[in-house]
Design a protein around this ligand. Structure first.
Ligand SMILES: [Zn+2]
Length: 137
């Protein structure tokens, strides 16, 4: 008795859904791209709480570098899967959590190996550097 124009409504719903997804992706790309460009990333490696390495991600050698801690050795290598990052490619620790963490590419991310007591953190220059985002004047 009452028939809704279902086909028409669905088509519009679909269009709106597509639009929302597109907007979300665009926003995501803008925000993430902005974060990535917020300064040069620095790889900071600590072993047993002591900083053992601090090197710019761009300057990190393409050949894997080994770090040892607590009797375990981690092979750390750069990854350029679209975006330059760093990962633990090989480790002889029992948990392998550090290897499973995968590649980190953004400031603030880190790979932690609890058995080896090694952590690899990406630090970035946020806030200061390129000037303020918002100028009040
Ligand atoms: Zn590990």
């Amino acid at each position: 008795m009452k028939r809704m124009p279902a086909l028409k409504a669905n088509r519009w719903d679909g269009a709106v859904a597509v639009l929302v997804v597109v907007l979300a992706v665009v926003c995501g790309v803008l925000i993430w791209g902005r974060t990535a460009n917020a300064g040069e990333l620095t790889v900071v490696v600590t072993a047993d709480g002591q900083e053992v390495e601090r090197v710019a991600l761009d300057a990190f050698p393409d050949t894997p570098r080994a770090y040892s801690g607590n009797g375990y050795t981690l092979q750390v290598s750069t990854e350029t899967d679209g975006k330059r990052g760093i990962c633990v490619s090989v480790s002889d620790c029992p948990t392998q959590d550090c290897v499973h963490t995968g590649t980190i590419t953004r400031a603030g991310q880190s790979i932690v190996c609890l058995p080896a007591r090694i952590s690899i953190t990406l630090e970035g220059e946020t806030a200061s550097g390129d000037g303020p985002d918002l100028v009040i004047g």
